[in-house]
Design a protein around this ligand. Sequence first.
Ligand code: PRP
Ligand code: URA
Length: 212
Amino acid sequence: MIITENVFIMDHPLIKHKITLLRKKSTGTNEFRKLVEEIAMLMGYEALRDLPTNDVETETPIESCMSPEIAGRKLAIVPILRAGLGMVNGILSLVPSAKVGHIGLYRDEKTHEPHEYYCKLPAFIEEREILVLDPMLATGGSAVSAIDFVKQHGGKNIKFMCIIAAPEGLKKLSEAHPDIRIFCGNLDRCLNENAYICPGLGDAGDRIFGTK
Ligand code: PRP
Ligand code: URA
C-alpha cells in the first residue's frame, strides 16, 4: 500500500499475521527473534523489488540466453543497534552477498533523544544501495540520526525499513529525509507519554535479546 510517493505500508497477509504474533506479550524471546527475521525477509522482498539488474549471457542445458542478474556494488544493510540486528539475517537470506554496516544508537529514557555510540559502514557506501533497518520507528529521532550519519559518510541511495511505525515518527523521518523511501510493516495509532508505540509490541531490543 502506498501512502505517499516514498512511504510504503505492507499489506501482505503473511506479514500482517506475523506482526500479530510479534505483538502478543505471550510471545517469548526465541519465537520473537524468528518472527522479526521472517518479517524482515518478507518486507525485503518488497523493498528490494527495484534493485538494478544487467542482462548477462547465460548457458542453460538447452541453449544460451540473456538473463538478468543484480548489477552494481553489493547492497549495504545497516541495522540500528540493537534491535535492527534482529532483521539482518532476514535480508541476508535474500541477498547473502550484502555488506553489513552498524550504527549504534540508544534513546535516552527521559528525553527520548538518540545518542550515538558506534558507526561503521561498508567501503564505497556512496556507490551502494543502502537499506537501514530498525523494527521500531517511534518519535523518529533514531532513524533521522542514523540516516544523517549514512549521508555524512556519502550514502545517497537509501531506504529505511521498520516493522512498526508511529505516525509521529513517519512524519518526522519523511520530512527530515524526503529523498529516502520508507517501508513499514504496519502504521500504528500513536505514541504514549513514554514515547512507546501504541499498540506496538513493547521494547523491541529487550524482546529480541531477552534483556529485562
Ligand atoms: C529503540 C528502537 C529504535 C528506537 C526508536 O531502540 O529499536 O532504535 O528505540 O525510537 P525513536 O523513533 O523514538 O528514536 P532503543 O533506543 O530502545 O535501543 P536498543 O535497540 O538498544 O534497545
Ligand atoms: N522503541 C521500542 O522498542 N518500542 C517502542 O514502542 C518505542 C521505541
